[in-house]
Design a protein around this ligand. Structure first.
Ligand SMILES: Cc1cc2nc3c(=O)[nH]c(=O)nc-3n(C[C@H](O)[C@H](O)[C@H](O)COP(=O)(O)O)c2cc1C
Ligand code: SF4
Length: 518
């Protein structure tokens, strides 16, 4: 009998040599006459352990990591094929504190299954949501989503049930479902992990959404920087079509539903839903004025349901277990779980799925182990490049939409980026303007011109020139950008800028005081 060994195919594992590890395992097994079956799974999200090799034993899956190709011979010597002891042995994966303290609903299968095995997917609860949905009327499916309290995971946190109902109620000869997989926020990678670790879950979520709103065609818009995710999704769509899960008369549905993967061209702004639609239509990614909402007039002027990957990926669970079961997790108006992406200067970065309400401190200190540098935490940016910088004193804030909003911050796509005490917050504020200028679509003046002027003013502040007057000007500019920008790109850039100025004023001082302090 052969031993099953799991080595992730996730880009995070590939980037640190997972393929070389697979080659080494195959070579070593052959030389020793051992029969092994290698499964290329997704990542468990413990990036500091990648490549994480898991061996299936009678007790469960035993992990070893981070494994280099040069470690493989010693692993065989140590009896790793039966879970033997070795310096890299981390124990039974399911028993690890990191895993046990999570509430993995969306990420339940990721890292566990073979992402391209339809049988593995079904054996782990896959397709149950779609099967259940097809026993309900479309409006009842929408109602389950509403009941779950699911809110959009792309950034704005808009209630999914309301959006689905709007598209459901819209009258048109054609409707679309669009999945926003542009994932441009700094420090985020959960969408990519879904593509590479459990692509059928997204396909199932989109099929359920299409049934619920009456759409016949779905598009997945993926950022160009994710080639492995693109390949994974192409393969998964092909397999799902062959299996009859999508296509002409999938599951005997009245309406056909098929999917197409489209790749972006590297613009952050194409994550904004209306410029994404422009891009899908083959045009330049310029933001559209709203109204009309995409739910009424979206892709090619037709009612379009556009949701983030994680929003759609939560749907199979919601349908399989019921909206209430999902909504039982969370706090306040933030229901369910949030896949949190922990990155930056942190010892143990990775993917943590927890119910809303978990504190930043628990995420960064308990899961993350503090900074990688060993220096004190000084700032944490939550919610991507347009999110606020929080100070160490705010780490006890629970993560939910309303708490963060009340603290002049946002949750965004769930990205948490950690900085130690060597960070210069004035430079981070300048970077916010720089990023805004670079990625602006150029349609409106406060963002197109304002970001450039903001960067110039921050350069003066950093040089210690007329600091107070320039900060006053920056504040004025931020007010204009907040009030006058057409979309949240320009509208939210003031958030990181002002959070840096207000929470870290000691980094915004005239040149003479800076020199005196040094
Ligand atoms: C500048 C900018 C970039 C955005 N980038 C993304 C993105 O990469 N992925 C995403 O899902 N939503 C992104 N959004 C939010 C989308 O406009 C939209 O709210 C989202 O796709 C709706 O899906 P949801 O309701 O499931 O969150 C971005 C918004 C702005 C203003
Ligand atoms: S705020 Fe910036 S990105 Fe948004 S529409 Fe205006 S110019 Fe374009």
């Amino acid at each position: 009998m052969s031993t099953k060994i799991y080595v992730p195919r996730d880009a995070a594992a590939l980037s640190v040599g997972a393929n070389a590890v697979v080659d080494a395992i195959q070579r070593e097994a052959k030389a020793r006459g051992e029969a092994v079956e290698i499964v290329r799974n997704g990542s468990r999200g413990m990036f500091w352990l990648e490549p994480l090799v898991e061996v299936e034993t009678a007790q469960g899956r035993v992990g070893y990591g981070p494994v280099k190709a040069r470690d493989v011979a010693s692993l065989f010597d140590a009896g790793a094929l039966t879970g033997g002891d070795h310096a890299l042995r981390v124990g039974l994966i399911e028993d690890l504190d990191w895993m046990k303290r999570q509430q993995r609903l969306t990420f339940a299968r990721i890292g566990v299954i073979d992402p391209f095995s339809l049988a593995d997917y079904c054996a782990h609860g896959g397709l149950e949501g779609l099967k259940k949905a097809l026993t309900l009327a479309p409006a009842e499916v929408v109602e389950q989503v509403r009941l779950s309290g699911l809110r959009g995971r792309g950034g704005a946190g808009f209630p999914a049930g309301i959006k689905w109902k709007t598209v459901h109620d819209a009258q048109a000869d054609r409707k679309y479902v669009v999945c926003n997989a542009d994932e441009g926020d700094s420090g985020t990678f959960a969408d990519r992990m879904v593509f590479e670790g459990d692509p059928f879950m997204l396909i199932e979520g989109m099929a359920i959404a299409a049934y619920a709103v009456g759409a016949t065609k779905g598009f997945i818009y993926l950022r160009s920087e994710y080639p492995h995710a693109a390949n994974a999704m192409e393969s998964a769509i092909h397999l799902a079509r062959q299996a009859g899960w999508i296509g002409k008369d999938a599951f005997g549905r009245e309406k056909p539903f098929d999917l197409e993967l489209r790749i972006g061209a590297g613009a952050y702004i194409c994550g904004e839903e209306t410029s994404l639609l422009e891009s899908l239509e083959g045009k330049r990614g310029l933001v559209r004025a709203k109204p009309p909402l995409p739910a009424i007039s979206g892709l090619f002027g037709k009612p379009t349901l556009i949701n983030n990957v994680l929003t759609l990926a939560a749907v199979p669970y919601i349908l399989a277990e019921g909206g209430k079961a999902y909504g039982d997790y969370g706090m306040g108006r933030s229901r369910g779980t949030l896949p949190i992406q922990l990155a930056g200067n942190v010892l143990r970065g990775g993917l943590i799925e927890r119910a809303f309400g978990v504190t930043l401190r628990e995420i960064i200190e308990d899961f993350g182990g503090g900074t990688a540098s060993g220096r004190p935490i000084r700032a944490v940016q939550v919610g991507g490049p347009l999110g606020a910088y929080l100070s160490e004193k705010e780490l006890d804030l629970p993560l939910d939409y309303e708490t963060l909003a009340a603290n002049r911050a946002l949750l965004g796509h769930g990205g948490v980026v950690v900085f130690d005490d060597s960070v210069d917050m004035a430079k981070m504020a300048r970077f916010a303007f720089h990023f805004c200028a670079k990625e602006s679509c150029g349609k409106c003046t406060p963002c197109r011109i304002g970001a450039v002027r903001g960067e110039e003013m921050m350069t003066k502040i950093i040089a210690g020139r007329d600091v107070e007057a320039n900060i006053a000007l920056v504040r004025d500019l931020c007010e204009v950008m907040t009030d006058g920008s057409l979309c949240a790109h320009g509208g939210l850039t003031p958030m990181p800028v002002l959070s840096a100025i207000d929470r870290f004023p000691e980094d915004f001082v005239p040149a003479e005081r800076k020199t005196a302090a040094e």
